[in-house]
Design a binder for this molecule. Structure first.
Ligand code: ADP
Ligand code: MG
Length: 213
């Protein structure tokens, strides 16, 4: 039997990564100050604090409705490019999970795939452009590959996590094609993309939460 991720589990995961974001304000703000306008941490932190405040409400919803509500909160509270991208991505995840109470590994993979497709379409971005997609895209690819090969879930989730973290690290060497880092004379080369780092923390915490189930 594999894991089943309920809305209550998802809320526990959101609180877990929200805490990590909350505790790393100087680090994330510093990354965005180097290549952008310095607000990425404040944006994300406000979003996750707002989600924590409605954790009880979210836990009581089926997963599709929880994703829709999370998307609405992220869109209205995070602001900036990331607010729009995360908000819209969670709405897309909600649509692909329509009618589901909770998610198994296949369901979670489908939700993450819907998110990355939506983000790429909305942000007109592809992997290699030094954005959060550089963490999410390889994670989804690893997830699909692991499921297709029939690997055990712990191995799959470990590979997904690794792909997300490696993907974020790879943004250091990239020249920005999207986002504010394109305004830098060197296109941000030598600096990590803040959105990719916060994305990788979310995927890491999500995988760890599923592994622990
Ligand atoms: P803003 O850039 O509007 O200040 P944030 O600081 O909250 O918004 O988020 C910046 C992050 O958003 C970047 O680090 C990058 O990962 C991501 N990003 C920016 N533009 C795009 C895009 N077009 N597609 C995907 N991600 C993007
Ligand atoms: Mg910013």
């Amino acid at each position: 039997m594999g894991f089943i991720l309920t809305s209550a589990d998802y809320v526990a995961y959101l609180n877990r990564v929200g805490r990590r974001i909350h505790e790393n304000g100087d680090y994330i703000s510093g990354l965005d100050a180097a290549t952008g306008d310095g607000d990425h941490w404040a944006n994300m932190n406000l979003g996750f604090e707002s989600l924590e405040a409605i954790g009880g409400e979210l836990s009581a919803l089926p997963i599709d409705a929880a994703f829709r509500r999370i998307g609405m909160v992220m869109m209205s509270k995070i602001g900036g490019s990331s607010g729009l991208l995360y908000g819209s991505a969670y709405m897309a995840a909600s649509r692909v999970c329509a009618g589901r109470e909770a998610l198994d590994a296949e369901g979670l993979c489908a939700a993450l795939e819907a998110m990355v497709k939506d983000m790429m379409a909305r942000g007109k971005a592809e992997p290699g452009m030094k954005t959060m997609i550089d963490s999410l895209y390889p994670a989804v690819e690893a997830f699909k590959k692991g499921l297709a090969a029939g690997e055990d879930e712990k191995a799959i989730l470990t590979a997904v996590k690794r792909a997300a973290l490696d993907g974020a690290e790879a943004t250091r060497a990239m020249e920005a094609v999207k986002g504010r880092a394109t305004y830098q004379t060197n296109k941000g080369v030598g600096h990590l993309d803040p959105g990719a780092v916060t994305m990788s923390w979310q995927l890491e915490a999500l995988c760890d939460s599923c592994i622990e189930k």
